[in-house]
Ligand binder design. Structure first.
Ligand SMILES: Nc1ncnc2c1ncn2[C@@H]1O[C@H](COP(=O)(O)OP(=O)(O)OP(=O)(O)O)[C@@H](O)[C@H]1O
Length: 302
């Protein structure tokens, strides 16, 4: 199985702060991966290490089928769009294309020009005179023109209004369908994940908390609703990720498959990806990683 990003014992320390620690994961190639987590969780750090823009303090990271991050082979295969899209604001878009062409061995200029024409972004306009959404589209166009195997985007949706966000993700998915490129993007917009991602990674406090295919994660959890006064007894025997109680009713988000019967007097409901991800983000001590089943508070190494 080819991997998009493969990390082993990866860590990055700034002074006394571990921005990322003991990070081990293996994200298979060919997915659209959503990387989520609260502010300061370590998302940018993980993406920068994968893009080869930062050096690990511990461990190692390989990208695009096992190339050492930051190596010449990896730089050829990986395109990175930073949080503040690194565009020269005083340059016209056409000059940005020229810069891209001269810096990259693989470069599809025709494709970039066609894409910008489709988007109605004039080549002669200075980057600084474009809207935030147009700038993000230019950054995505430049990244795709590199013909990458792995496209890494750090919060590409941050500056975009809901319509621009929708258009941007549609453009990204079209590119994925056309090229089969692997995409890893960080976002705070958890609601977008369901529509766009087929693989999810949650980071918290510099550690990987959740990693897995969206379908498996959803299939591997359900919600139980039942009487609050019996919730403690039920929760005692189940791997509960999140326990919410409202008046007389309890909602337990539980790890377990369709085969697991609901306790007598309780109803079982499927869970959506957004609800699942938010539950884990609210319960940092719970984790779900590839390997043997983990319950609340158990961290399972990849
Ligand atoms: N250059 C740096 N120098 C010192 N500390 C840093 C540096 N970069 C990141 N950190 C620290 O590392 C931790 C993780 O930061 P990081 O930017 O990776 O988080 P993030 O999940 O991307 O956050 P956000 O969602 O706010 O963008 C934070 O505590 C941050 O303060």
């Amino acid at each position: 199985m080819s991997t998009a990003i493969e990390a082993s014992g990866l860590g990055k320390r700034y002074g006394r702060t571990w921005a990322l620690r003991d990070c081990s994961l293996a994200i298979p190639a060919g997915h659209v991966v959503g990387l989520v987590g609260p502010n300061g969780a370590g998302k940018t750090t993980l993406l920068s290490l994968a893009a080869g823009l930062a050096t690990p303090t511990a461990g190692r990271v390989r990208v695009a089928g096992g190339r050492a991050a930051g190596s010449a082979a990896a730089l050829d295969a990986v395109a990175f769009v930073a949080q503040e899209a690194a565009l020269y604001r005083n340059l016209p878009v056409a000059d940005m294309l020229r810069v891209g062409r001269s810096l990259n061995r693989r470069w599809d200029d025709r494709r970039a020009r066609d894409r910008l024409a489709e988007l109605g972004i004039p080549l002669e306009k200075k980057v600084g005179a474009l809207s935030g959404g147009q700038r993000s589209q230019v950054a995505l166009t430049l990244a795709l023109a590199k013909c990458p195997e792995l496209l890494i985007l750090d919060e590409p949706l941050a500056a975009l209004d809901p319509v621009a966000r929708h258009d941007f993700m549609a453009a990204l998915l079209a590119a994925v369908a056309e090229d089969g490129v692997s995409v890893v993007f960080s976002s705070h917009v958890v609601a977008e994940l369901e529509r766009v991602c087929d693989y999810v990674v949650v980071v918290h406090g510099g550690r990987i908390q959740v990693s897995g295919e969206a379908e498996d994660l959803v299939a591997g959890h359900h919600v139980l609703t039942g009487p609050a006064d019996r919730a403690d007894a039920v929760a005692e025997h189940l791997p509960v990720v999140r326990d919410r109680r409202a008046a007389a009713q309890a909602h337990l988000l539980v790890r377990g498959t369709d085969q697991d019967a609901a306790p007598p007097g309780w109803q079982r409901h499927p869970v959506g990806l957004e609800e699942l991800v938010l539950a884990y983000m609210r319960e940092p001590s719970a984790s779900v990683l590839p390997g043997p089943r983990a319950g609340r508070g158990e961290q399972v190494a990849c």
